[in-house]
Design a protein around this ligand. Sequence first.
Ligand SMILES: Nc1nc2c(ncn2[C@@H]2O[C@H](COP(=O)(O)OP(=O)(O)OP(=O)(O)O)[C@@H](O)[C@H]2O)c(=O)[nH]1
Ligand SMILES: [Mg+2]
Length: 314
Amino acid sequence: MIRKELGDDAVILSSRAAPGGIEVMAAIDIEPTLLKSTTETLPKTQAATYVRPTPGGTGEKKFSHLLDRRMKKKPTPKGEVALYRRRVIDAIPLAPLTPERHKPMVIALVGPTGVGKTTTCAKIAAWFKINHSLDVALMTTDCYRIGATEQLRTYARIMNMGCEVAVRPKRISTALDHQRKRDLVIIDTTGRSPYDRDNISELAYILDDERIMPILTLAATAKKEDIAATVSAYSLLAPRGVALTKLDETRAYAVMCRYLATAGLPVTCLGTGQRVPEDFHPGSREFLRDLFETGLPPAGGQHPEQSLFREARI
Ligand SMILES: Nc1nc2c(ncn2[C@@H]2O[C@H](COP(=O)(O)OP(=O)(O)OP(=O)(O)O)[C@@H](O)[C@H]2O)c(=O)[nH]1
Ligand SMILES: [Mg+2]
């Protein structure tokens, strides 16, 4: 079965008893020759989607100067920081996800390792299933890390939704054909370092299906240089927007905020914690203003285990 699914190169990583049978985890390597031809055949336009940040466009220099003065505890003109902060927030492009019934939407969360892709996939799935009663399916291309498929499958099991594993592009296209009646298909992918161009080319090759809308996942805790490198490296996949995670793990919002305001990448959704789906928020100006101006409301001692999810109310 593994050979039939993944081809002769498949390697079995583990197997264990599971309800109703045996669960086998297998993986394949993608041949370097395929990667080479992918990079060559990708349309050139895909690699040049981003507008580079244009310092000064949103009063950035002045804002930096004001923040700098504040940090050094020097006096700043009254209200000016708030004014510039508001200006930057208002310049952030937004594109909340709007899947609809009987209008299939396929998104794939891509990005560096550990930024919260799998968690965000589960949050988005739960959000649209609970709040919009949509027919949602999960899919993953991540067989790289041990336990990766199991992580998403556990969420899928709790939410009572399908979760397919597909690694090769042909297999992904076939799986999407099978899921064409779903309102929303969410694809989880392997985390890839922005400094590893080969792996990102491989990802572009795997996700090369016009139905798939890549969403770049960025952690708000990342450093300025790494955010820029990530956005630049992942432009190969032509992402349609950003999922911004870990907003609860920083109070230094200005860097990310200013970058988003000038990078031309719309914010689709935000993550403010580990709870699924409570810590999910669709991209909205009001939420960003509240977050950046008044800070995150305390989670009230809420633990991931106390979330909706764990109570299995779904
Ligand atoms: N504080 C906080 N933690 C988060 C958020 N989103 C995800 N996490 C946590 O970050 C860790 C990594 O999350 P994953 O969803 O596994 O990240 P990933 O991008 O799928 O990781 P890889 O698949 O290994 O690349 C987990 O402990 C999550 O609970 C968030 O918005 N805030
Ligand atoms: Mg993951």
